[in-house]
Design a binder for this molecule. Structure first.
Ligand SMILES: [Fe+2]
Length: 161
């Protein structure tokens, strides 16, 4: 008889670990993007300081909520969430950046490039979750996150005129 705590949701352990790896990369990316957005919230300067300071805060708050959802979905599928900065840096597909060297347009362009990169990765990841690992729930979950990044990217793009 299966253990009471065994996961019996129609996905075998291979499918679930494949999806967990997708969620690991996404969690690491979201954490790096969260940190970069927060860095720019602190270090932005110039005529649009007040506006961008608040705008970046709104975006990192949203990313923060996503981070929690991604980590907890991984746990729900039987995975172990990454939980250290070293692990995030090892798994991320994004690059860290120092804030003080950039002007406000360069900050916006850097964040926009990261959101767009994440959107492209998510587009592939959600197809893999569905087609390779048979996990419609994660495919749907990733689709929602992709759409949220598309909206955040639009708002960043709008600043650049
Ligand atoms: Fe603040």
């Amino acid at each position: 008889m299966a253990k009471k705590s065994a996961i019996d949701i129609g996905l075998d352990s291979k499918q679930r670990s494949g999806v967990a790896a997708i969620l690991d990369s996404l969690l690491a990316d979201e954490y790096v993007l969260y940190t970069k957005t927060r860095n720019f919230h602190w270090n932005v300067t110039g005529a649009r300081f007040n506006d961008l300071h608040k705008f970046f805060e709104g975006q990192y708050d949203q990313i923060d909520a996503t981070i929690d959802e991604v980590a907890e979905r991984s746990r729900a599928l039987g995975g172990v969430s990454l939980g250290s900065l070293a692990e995030f840096l090892k798994h991320t597909r994004l690059k860290e950046q120092r804030g003080e060297a950039l002007d406000s347009d360069e900050m916006i362009a850097a964040l926009l490039a990261d959101h767009e990169s994440l959107i492209r990765h998510l587009r592939e990841d959600l197809v893999r979750a569905q087609e390779k690992f048979g996990d419609a729930g994660t495919a749907d979950f990733l689709t929602g996150i992709l759409e949220a990044h598309e909206k955040m990217a639009w708002m960043l793009r709008a600043y650049l005129g």
